[in-house]
Design a protein around this ligand. Sequence first.
Ligand SMILES: [Zn+2]
Length: 50
Amino acid sequence: MECNYCGKEVEKSKGKMLVQSSGKRLFFCSGKCQKNWEKNRSHSYPDKEE
Ligand SMILES: [Zn+2]
C-alpha cells in the first residue's frame, strides 16, 4: 500500500495504520506523515470532531 500522505510505498510491518470511524483504512509510512495528514484533515474538516 501507499502512504496516504506522501504516496511512498509503505511496508506493512513498518507503516502505521489508521482506521477511521467510517471503517476506511489509511496507511502512513511514518508518524510524521500521519501527523501531517491529521493536520491537513482538521484543516479541511474543522467540524470533524464529534
Ligand atoms: Zn509518508
